[in-house]
Design a protein around this ligand. Structure first.
Ligand SMILES: NC(=O)c1ccc[n+]([C@@H]2O[C@H](COP(=O)([O-])OP(=O)(O)OC[C@H]3O[C@@H](n4cnc5c(N)ncnc54)[C@H](OP(=O)(O)O)[C@@H]3O)[C@@H](O)[C@H]2O)c1
Length: 305
């Protein structure tokens, strides 16, 4: 599969990242088997970058992933494992605790230790702060990153869902470059195109990753505000482009993301082997500038220019 360097590092990632948020499903034996199959398929299809978080499946997604790694000797050495931390659920660890963000040294280190144990690995290739903590002390986070790196527990760092000002603040305290900003980008949520996120990524050589890339195409996006008329107009353009490129709507969406010069890495979240394989087709679509703008026009209901 096509590859891409992550940020200012020499880490080479597959252009499509595989997202592990859904791999345990409802945690039944059947869903866990399906999840393992999905991971094996992703590895076999050339995905070399796997995205986790301490909270996915309440930790079960990382545990399931380690089961597959054990079955596939040598696999660990050939992949990038990312995990995320910083979100704490209501009533955790104590009854009555509020849902919150927590970038304290104590929590970040505890979270990383938990991820390493569940994943059964010595180090994370990349750790992302999951969502901005209003009480973030950038100096403390920077010290924590250094401590984790010195201990060999995390090799590289990045952020997720950070606004450009939050990236700048944290980067101003961190000696090492932040490699990634993982944000929601799909046909419904295109904020990153105009709020400075993708501009900053290009300016500072930070790799943007797109979560829920096909929301609004295959399933409703978070907080969907499209009217029925918008949906019909958009679907009709997707259908036309699918025909033109002999593809399907979800793949066209991925091609749209891949076309952006910030080198967005879409994170593929399907647990269906045929869909995981099919996602790679997006890399071969000679997607035109005109079609990129046609889809934007269909989304917005008016021309860009
Ligand atoms: N940083 C953050 O805050 C954040 C937030 C959310 C997600 N993420 C990351 O982003 C990754 C990807 O997110 P995502 O899972 O939402 O990605 P996605 O690829 O946009 O969506 C995957 C979902 O769409 C379904 N799907 C795919 N093709 C379909 C089709 N043609 N028709 C109907 N349903 C279809 C899949 O079902 P099947 O499994 O049945 O194929 C699966 O439930 C996650 O795994 C996680 O790693 C990060």
């Amino acid at each position: 599969m096509e590859t891409s360097k992550l940020g200012k590092s020499n880490l080479i990632s597959s252009r499509l990242v595989y997202g592990c948020m859904r791999i345990v499903g409802d945690n039944s034996d059947a869903d866990r088997e399906k999840g393992k199959d999905a991971i094996r398929t992703a590895i076999e299809e050339g995905f070399t970058h796997f995205d986790h978080a301490d909270i996915y499946g309440g930790g079960q997604c990382e545990t399931l992933f380690s089961e597959v790694l054990k079955e596939m000797p040598g696999a660990r050495e050939n992949i990038i494992i990312t995990s995320k931390c910083g979100i704490r659920r209501t009533n955790q660890p104590n009854q009555g605790d509020p849902g919150r963000y927590d970038f304290s040294k104590e929590h970040i280190i505890q979270s990383v230790e938990g991820s390493l144990t569940r994943l059964g690995v010595d180090c994370l290739d990349l750790l992302l702060l999951h969502r901005p903590d209003y009480l973030c002390d950038a100096e403390e986070v920077s010290e924590t990153f250094q401590e984790l790196r010195d201990a060999g527990k995390v090799l590289h760092f990045g952020v997720s869902n950070f606004r450009p000002s939050q990236v700048s603040l944290l980067q101003s305290y961190c000696a090492m470059p932040l490699l990634v900003n993982q944000v929601e980008i799909n046909i419904h949520n295109i904020d990153a195109l105009s709020d400075g996120t993708l501009d900053q990524c290009q300016e500072l050589k930070i790799t943007p990753q797109a979560w829920c890339p096909i929301a609004g195409v295959a399933y409703p996006a978070w907080g969907n505000t499209f009217s029925e008329e918008d949906e019909v107009r958009l679907k009709s353009e997707f259908d036309l482009q699918s025909q033109e490129y002999d593809s399907e709507n979800g793949i066209i969406m991925l091609a749209w993301l891949l076309k952006h010069p910030a080198m967005i890495l879409p994170i593929i979240g399907s647990t269906t082997p045929s869909r995981i394989k099919a996602a790679k087709q997006a890399l071969d679509i000679p997607y035109s500038r005109e079609d990129w703008y046609r889809l934007l026009e269909a989304r917005n209901g008016k021309p860009a220019g």
